[in-house]
Design a protein around this ligand. Structure first.
Ligand code: NAD
Ligand code: LMR
Length: 338
């Protein structure tokens, strides 16, 4: 690893910068895993976000190239790159939002839980850095298995004495993005006008679309419900198989992550009525973490909404989802406590 400090995405010759950094004019955002399949398009899209004033790109490989490339975009955010563990703390200091897509993706035949052994350690290390350098930042955790990595992050923060349940959010937005797309396709609607709540978690049967609560209200046949539920639950596997060993969803994930991060930043700014689904510490079920609709505000999660009325099909799905979720959550907690 290089001995130089972080990479400025500029010549250093610029005159006084009129782009003041800080909350009043924009937010400071770090992406951990920025050189990866998700990280690169996510970095591109966050550089385009007018709410971002400073963008820190951290990875253990290839950040110099990604940083040089992204920094040439003529948008407002100042971009800096950080390479390797010894620059993690510098990458995190002062951040308002940290987005984590670091870790290995699935290959065909694998479950998300098969990624646990590698990704659990990566997430733990990164969260230890967050606890030390930006304990008040909002964290958007993308690395799989989300059902376990979010509990890992929570345990790390608890150990460090910095845990704020309102600031830790597992990103399940891709499930909503997919559900909106697939429902629109079946119903002949514009996907931009469809909103499907997807609750539970982010793996297989823990992904539970609430088709009885779709907006605009839709009435589906049982065949359509079976098809849609199955396709939404297996959307990730559909991409893994199509990529045939070259990874999992990266482009649609970057899109979903940016939508979610933008919602978090608008909440931080104080915009009203920002509601998204996310996997958070929760009391809506007996489980300690659960995905449901949450309202985002200046402190992160400001309200967690109840699940609303479920039909029999959804109630059965919920019971199955909770069983698997419980195991995944316990596995994450045990990893840090051991
Ligand atoms: P990738 O392999 O293309 O990129 C991962 C990046 O993480 C690489 O650049 C790698 O160098 C970096 N990395 C590895 N260890 C690191 C560390 N200790 N610190 C910082 N960076 C590190 O993988 P990808 O396709 O971008 O997927 C990343 C993760 O996101 C996977 O775990 C995948 O399963 C998950 N994912 C989640 C969702 C979701 O909906 N939440 C969707 C898609 C993918
Ligand atoms: C997804 O839903 O696309 C991600 O969780 C990646 C995967 O492994 O399916």
């Amino acid at each position: 690893p290089p001995s130089f400090s972080h990479m400025e995405g500029s010549s250093g010759l610029g005159r006084a910068d009129c782009r003041a950094e800080g909350g009043s004019t924009g937010f400071k955002v770090a992406i951990l895993g920025a050189a990866g399949g998700i990280g690169q398009p996510l970095s591109l899209l966050m550089k385009m976000n007018p709410l971002v004033s400073v963008l820190h790109l951290y990875d253990v490989v290839n950040t110099p190239g990604v940083t040089a490339d992204i920094s040439h975009m003529d948008t407002g955010a100042v971009v800096r790159g950080f390479l390797g563990q010894q620059q993690l703390e510098e990458a995190l200091t002062g951040m308002d939002l940290v987005i984590i897509p670091a870790g290995v993706p699935r290959k065909p035949g694998m479950t998300r839980d098969d990624l646990f052994n590698i990704n659990a350690g990566i997430v733990k290390t990164l969260c230890e850095g967050i606890a030390k350098c930006c304990p008040n930042a909002i964290v958007n955790l993308i690395s799989n298995p989300v059902n376990s990595t979010v509990p890992i992050a929570a345990e790390v923060f608890k150990k460090a004495g910095t845990f704020d349940p309102n600031r830790l959010l597992g990103v399940t937005m891709l499930d909503v993005v997919r559900a909106n797309t697939f429902v629109a396709e079946v119903m002949g609607l514009d996907p931009r006008e469809v909103d499907v709540p997807v609750i539970g978690g982010h793996a297989g049967i823990t992904i539970l679309p609430l088709l009885s609560q779709v907006k605009p209200p839709c009435s589906f046949t049982q065949k359509e419900i079976d098809y849609l539920t199955n396709r939404i639950q297996n959307g990730g596997t559909e991409v893994v198989e199509a990529k045939a060993g070259a990874g999992s969803a990266t482009l649609s994930m970057a899109y979903a992550a940016v939508q979610f991060a933008d919602a978090c930043l608008r909440g931080l700014r104080g915009d009203a009525d920002i509601v998204r689904c996310a996997f958070v510490a929760s009391h809506v079920t007996e489980l300690p973490f659960f995905t449901s609709k949450v309202r985002l505000g200046r402190c992160g999660v400001e309200e967690i909404y109840p699940l609303g009325p479920l039909n029999e099909y959804e109630r059965v799905g919920l019971e199955k989802a909770k069983k698997e979720l419980e195991t995944s959550i316990e596995k994450g907690v045990a990893f840090v406590k051991k």
